[in-house]
Design a protein. Structure first.
Length: 443
C-alpha cells in the first residue's frame, strides 16, 4: 500500500487558478456577448448543436475552461492536444480512437490549445476527421486565425472572439476566490477593496494573472495574533510590477509612450527611440504591437526615401513572432535604430491621404475606357480598351495615355521629397511628367 502524503492532495496544492476553474456556464465569468442569455454560443451549447470552432482572444480569458465546459455539457470525450508535444503520429492515434468512439455513438471534443503553433502538416492531419465529424475541433489562439490557420481548416470552423475580462469581472473573480472553499474561503484574509481593484487593474483582462497575483499576495501575507492573514501595500506592490500597474495598455500612458517612440524616430533620435521602446516593453507591452507600429512607420515616415526600411520592420515583426520576449528585444532595437537613422519622407502617407479624400468627397468617376478590359464582343463594340497602349511596346516604355478620369486628370497625389533614394524617384517622376506634357503640347 502506498504511503499517503499531504502532498497527494492535488486539489489543495494545485494553483488557485486551477482550483477555481469553472465547471459550468453559470460559474463562468465574462464573454457575455457570446454566453449571455439568448446569445449564439450559449444557445448552441444548450441545444447540443456545437460544431468545430476557434476561440480567438488574449491569454487568461477562459478559452480552455470554456472548451472543458462544452465537453462536459455536451457529454463528449475531452482530449487536449499540445503543438509542442504532439506530432503527426500522436494526432493520428487520437483520431483513430475518435473514429472508433464515433461508431459507438461517443463524440470526441479535441481541444488544441495555441492552435497557431501547429504546423501545416499537423493542421492538415485534423482536416479529414473534422470533415467526417469524427471530432469536434475546438482550437484556441491568441493570434489572428486568418493568418495562422490553414484556410481549408479555418473554413470548417466557426470563429468566436473572446474579449479580455473587464475590471469589474476580474474583481468578481477575486472576491469569489477569497470566499470560495475551493479558494481561500477557509482562511481569514484581510484585504480591502482598493487592493482588489489594484490587482484587477494590474492583470489587464487576464484572469490567470489576477488569481496568481492574489495567491502570491495571500501566501506572502502576514498572520496576526488572530490568525488573520493581512495583505499590506508594500507586500502587494512586490507581488505586482509597479511599472506595469502604471502602464495601462488602453489608457493615456500607452498612447503617450507610443507617441514618444514615433516622434523620436521621426526626429532621427535613436537614443530616445530605444529608451521609449524599452519603457513600453518594461511596462508589459506586447512586442508584436510595437513591431506592427514600426511596420506602419516604415512606410508612413520613410517610404521611398529608403524602401529597405519596410523590409527591416517586417523582419523585426517576424523575429518577434518567432522568438517572443525577452529575446526579441534586440530585434526591435535593430529596427528602431534603423528607422531612426533612415532618411525621412511622408510623401507616401500624403499621397494616400489626398487620394482617400478625393475618393470620399468627389463623385465615383468611371474607369477611362482605354484602360478597361474588353473580354466580350459587346464590350469591344462599346469601345472598351480602345486606344490602350501597351507601354512595353514603346521605345521609352511609357505612353501618354490618360489613366485618371477626366475630372482628375491634373491631380498629383504622390509628390516625392528630395531625401535619400526618393531624390532619384523625384527626378524620374519629374522626367516622366515633363515627357508626357511635351507630347500633349505637340498634339
Amino acid at each position: 500500500m502506498e504511503q499517503l502524503s499531504l502532498f497527494d492532495n492535488r486539489e489543495k496544492t494545485a494553483p488557485l487558478a486551477s482550483r477555481l476553474r469553472p465547471e459550468s456556464l453559470e460559474e463562468y465569468v465574462g464573454q457575455e456577448h457570446l454566453l449571455g442569455e439568448g446569445k449564439i454560443l450559449r444557445s448552441l451549447i444548450e441545444k447540443d448543436q456545437i460544431s468545430s470552432m476557434i476561440f480567438w482572444g488574449p491569454p487568461g480569458v477562459g478559452k480552455t475552461t470554456l472548451a472543458r465546459i462544452i465537453a462536459k455539457k455536451t457529454k463528449s470525450d475531452f482530449v487536449e492536444f499540445s503543438a509542442v508535444t504532439s506530432g503527426i503520429k500522436e494526432i493520428k492515434e487520437v483520431m483513430n480512437q475518435a473514429e472508433q468512439n464515433r461508431m459507438m455513438g461517443i463524440r470526441t471534443l479535441l481541444f488544441a490549445d495555441e492552435i497557431h503553433r501547429f504546423n501545416k502538416a499537423q493542421q492538415d492531419a485534423f482536416l479529414p476527421y473534422v470533415e467526417k465529424g469524427s471530432i469536434i475541433l475546438v482550437g484556441a489562439t491568441t493570434e489572428n486565425p486568418s493568418f495562422e490557420i490553414n484556410s481549408a481548416l479555418l473554413s470548417r470552423c466557426k470563429v468566436f472572439i473572446l474579449k479580455a475580462l473587464g475590471e469589474e469581472e476580474l474583481k468578481t473573480l477575486l472576491v469569489q476566490a477569497i470566499k470560495s472553499p475551493k479558494g481561500f474561503g477557509n482562511l481569514n484574509i484581510s484585504i480591502n477593496e482598493a487592493q482588489i481593484s489594484a490587482i484587477a487593474g494590474f492583470s489587464n483582462g487576464d484572469a490567470r494573472t489576477a488569481l496568481n497575483t492574489l495567491e502570491m499576495a495571500v501566501l506572502n501575507g502576514k498572520m496576526d495574533a488572530n490568525a488573520c492573514i493581512c495583505i499590506d501595500e508594500e507586500m502587494l506592490a512586490q507581488c505586482m510590477n509597479r511599472r506595469s500597474l502604471l502602464y495601462d495598455k488602453n489608457g493615456e500612458e500607452h498612447y503617450n509612450l507610443i507617441s514618444a517612440l514615433h516622434k523620436s524616430m521621426r526626429n532621427s533620435d535613436p537614443d530616445a527611440a530605444v529608451y521609449w521602446m524599452c519603457r513600453m516593453l518594461d511596462g508589459g507591452e506586447e512586442p508584436l504591437y510595437i513591431a506592427r507600429r514600426l511596420v506602419r512607420f516604415a512606410s508612413e515616415d520613410i517610404g521611398m526615401a529608403d524602401s529597405n526600411a519596410l523590409q527591416v520592420a517586417i523582419a523585426a515583426y517576424q523575429a518577434c513572432h518567432f522568438l517572443g520576449m525577452p529575446e526579441c528585444d534586440v530585434h526591435l532595437t535593430h529596427a528602431v535604430v534603423y528607422l531612426s537613422m533612415a532618411p525621412k519622407s511622408n510623401a507616401l502617407y500624403m499621397a494616400c491621404e489626398k487620394a482617400k479624400e478625393d475618393v470620399r468627397n468627389l463623385p465615383a468617376e468611371p474607369v477611362p475606357l482605354q484602360i478597361c478590359n474588353a473580354p466580350t464582343g459587346l464590350m469591344k463594340d462599346l469601345h472598351y480598351g480602345e486606344g490602350y497602349i501597351y507601354a512595353h511596346d514603346t521605345e521609352e516604355k511609357l505612353s501618354r495615355m490618360q489613366c485618371l478620369p477626366d475630372s482628375l486628370s491634373d491631380r498629383r497625389y504622390y509628390e516625392p521629397a528630395g531625401q535619400g533614394q526618393e531624390k532619384l524617384v523625384k527626378e524620374r517622376l519629374e522626367e516622366i511628367i515633363g515627357w508626357k506634357k511635351e507630347g500633349n503640347t505637340h498634339r
